[in-house]
Design a protein around this ligand. Sequence first.
Ligand code: MSP
Length: 742
Amino acid sequence: MAKTFYLTTPIYYVNDLPHIGHIYTTTVADTLARYRRLAGDDVRFLTGTDEHGQNIERAAKREGITPLELADRVVAQYERLRERLDFSYDDFVRTTEPRHERGVAEMVRRLDAAGDLYTATHEGWYCLPCETFYTEKELGPGKTCPVHEIPVEWKSEENVFFRLSRYQQPLLDWYASRPQPVRPASRANEVRAFVESGLRDLSVSRANLEWGIPFPGHPGQTVYVWLDALTNYISALDFGAERAMGAQGAMGAPGVQGVGGGGGEETAAMGAGEAPLFERYWKDPGGVRLHLVGKDILRFHAVYWPAFLMSAGLPLPTTVWAHGWWQRDGRKVSKSSGNIVRPDELIDRFGSDSLRYFLLREMVFGQDASFSDEAFIDRYNSDLANDLGNTVSRLVTLSRRAFDGRTPPHACTDNELIDAALRTTGDYREAMEEPAFQRALESLWRLLAQTNQYLVAREPWKLIKAEGASERLSRVLWNGLEATRIVAVGLLPFMPRSAAAVLAAIGAPVPESLSGLRWGGLPTGVPLPEPRPLFPRIDKEAYMEEADAPPPVSDARPEPPHAASAKTPAGGPAGTSPAPAQAAGNPPAAPAAGGPASTAAPAAGPSAGPAAAPSAGPAAAPSAGPAAAPSAGPPRLSIDQFKQIELRVATVRAAEPIPKSQKLLKLTVDLGEETRTVVAGIALAYRPEELVGRQVVMVANLQPTKLMGVESQGMVLAAVEKDDRPVLLHPSAAVPNGARVR
Ligand code: MSP
């Protein structure tokens, strides 16, 4: 019987839209799941969303919607990314689903049955975004959260506690077991040190929190979000369903794996007749249960979760793998750092597989890595466009030319590439077992390099002229194509679309198992389709220029003055032009459009930056600057002048892209007494569907103006982040549409 391989990502909070940090874990898990399926395992791959808790409650309130509406919105984004990035997960769990709530109720019942729950007063330093208490020792300077670096608050309330302290030794025994359950080793050491320093009991309920699962038997208490969230890994396998359906499970059932020689309180185990999925994927003694997590949430997974499972008398995960962080400008990519990288833009520009490849090639699994546009394009051009794309197209073109549009008629079973391929597939498989994705990819690229060296040495382009469709030429090209085929098979888990496209391009079938890595799979004499570029080269200079271009001013201008002048920033009056970036980044200057009556371009004052899109605009003609904002800085407004600017709150009712514009969106906004159309340069930061229902702040008394053929009847306001990304402004609580902003 196939080995079961259950792997999970963390479940993502719904107060944030997916960014590359989130997508990374799912990409890693997807790659591994695809590999394990090819290896013949019985794979189950789970991901999902974490929808309860105060953070979500507050975020929804800010948006003027219910937490569930907020969750639905974010889940829709994850759904979309599933399609876009070819994620092959088998299940998506949401903590608001009844199956999950059942699982949590059963978990709590078991912790209680094991005698591990009691009520006490809880006091401590609390970080809201973490939804967790910290000890004084753990806090950063100035009593700040060690993760979020923001001030923590003192909290005191009556809670249900879990006897975590009882599990200190069992956990230490577990860490010492082999194969090592917490990985990589460096992270395991940190966790062990934390546990060795002494475990205090954990409060597992919260008072005064509405948005969560009511704590069974404790009215007024809600299940602590982490106890709630961690249980997803088994609730998604229908853990608790049997009991909920009335099945009488025997207490103290046999067959539950104890932990590290003790501690596993097997008193509360469920009896016979557990849910089939749970039996199959959580209780298979020879199966793998692997949690992939970011390093910031390792403690929850490597301390609390196994302790809960021990208490509940359930098997533990076989591995908890903590990966590092994607950073940008030296800080973790996150909403609070303001350095978000959204996957959609990268997919739009480079394709989904290029993003998947970059994420897995650039980050050593377990360590931090840096994201930059430059690194992305370099990888794309050198590894994908050049090494992979060019090798395929060169081989296909030669074969088609020499062999009448077909693969070569003679195969070859004796040459140096065979040894190279053998070494590569050995290294590749070893790396994938570990898993060490970067090494696996390196081994494939080594084979590509060897293939190219082989071709350079054999010069088939000369053979074709000298010998025509000779047997020697056939063998040389067949070898090259066969080595490339093996690379493509190895790439299937990483880049499912492109790997299949390479296989189709060289006339090879897509294998269903790792046996496809064996030398000899390329059919002889089969038709080869006309080659088309798999990874068109990116002009890095042009791309970077676009990315570095001054911010949005131009986008919101009525007429792009000199649309083609992107490359001539000196086009404005020499030396006088204020850096448009500065102008746009200067929020108080934003509404200046309505200021001095002489301003001729109302839809976009000098600092219309807010409404406008980041960068990119080739039309960012600096000539716009000087006239509007003299070099001394933006003009000062009298209060009367400011009052001329009519700022109002509106709700976005509809949003759609504007054809041929990368940056502009057409919004239909509800101002209470009227509905308006507004063109906003925010398409690179927001997708239309995530805007609908949001409240925005807009300048309501601008003269209408046409942008890309659409009349804009106002301007929405946004702050512009470090990277020129607009972040829309909205009231911190829902207000009636049309409310005046002063
Ligand atoms: N909801 C919890 C997890 C509960 S699992 C039972 C949570 N959610 S999260 O949305 O904040 O984070 C989900 C995952 O994304 C975490 O593993 C986190 O480490 C990862 N990442 C978020 N930002 C990241 C980077 N910049 N880089 C890499 N991964 C990071 O925590």
